[in-house]
Design a protein around this ligand. Sequence first.
Ligand SMILES: [Zn+2]
Ligand SMILES: [Zn+2]
Length: 413
Amino acid sequence: MSSSVAGKSCTICETPGSRGCARCKSSSYCSTDCQLDDWPVHKLLCASFSKFDVSARPSETHFRSIVFPQDQSRPEIQWLHCPWVDDEGEGVKWQDPDVTPFMGSGSMNTYTLIRTDALLQKRLPDVIDICYRDRFLVDGSLPNKSTAAILATIPYGSHEWRGPIVAVGRKGQSMDPDSCRDLGMNDFRYIADYLIAYGRWSLDLNTPGKPHQEVVKGVRINCVGDRKVFGKPLYEPVDVTPTDSVFNRHCNDTSDIADRIGLPILTRQCPPSLRWMRTKGQYDFGGESPDTNQDATFLHLCCDPKADKFPAGPGWSMAGFKWQQSVGSVIVVRRDQKPLDPLHVEALCHYCRYDIRPLMGHTMGEYAPDEPLARDLVLQMICRPTFSISWYKLCDRKHEEGQVVPELSPYEV
Ligand SMILES: [Zn+2]
Ligand SMILES: [Zn+2]
């Protein structure tokens, strides 16, 4: 079921797309793979989009927009009036959407321009303006039912949206686009990904045309899905730009154990790959979830002896909630930005999992009839000497396996 859509790029990737959805004739795709990838989201709006009569445009300042009502199970297409506003004296004209019919009168609204898709890792051809209630989590707004079906398309816990949401297209990629445009089904996909990624993944794209940027040598710990589907190694060397969100304290995390042994690191989770995220039985993940990343989980064990388990949050010997499930692949860099070798990260994860975690388990009575170790004693054992022993043992083992090991230990870099 495809029809020809000329001159557009694929909704999903950057390849020119020549296939389109036969019903709505709005999205374009380069391949069946990309079309299948889009389908779980696309099908939520395709029918209503197809029925919408563009020739019935009430005026030339009305635009085809997408509304997410809080009390309906599906989003819908609606005309949105965006009259021109003249900023007195400034000589600036721009189109100001009248969202009152959908947002309700008297609500304080926030507008956010979406210019990238963190899940597809791409820059959007035209930006999208999203309007939601300023303080929807605390102003008594009800959970938004029409976003539930979208969030359910990936097996990840997602942000809870409340109150109505309205999206309108803006022309171009500028920081301050003044004129509106009709939204298409490709925009719907980008809006869906925004709703899914909100508060979890962001994408910082380097400004194009910028001269060579310095990079930090980091390591990516690949999750089960990235290893099985793309054949990636568990520990992969990666170049990280200084603008990467791993350096942003709102997005990154640290490791208690690495801090204690004097090798402070910064970490962040990567967005899940669409290839394994929406896969149903196409790959064998050996009974594990494709977003499992045990090494990253052990790397984030809590070393606060005073922090205790639920419901206060994760505590002593546990990893934080976001490190317990749906972890995905993880970027690791040194806080001092010195180069990080994949074997350094392997040693760190190995140390956390096989040296430290059993000691922590001992404090929890896991080795009865032994008297549980005191937590303070375990903390004293999380130190440079015990890590160094672990590091040289690992190097010996790798050496025997015929692998090249780095000349310098993480402390000598
Ligand atoms: Zn494509
Ligand atoms: Zn369609």
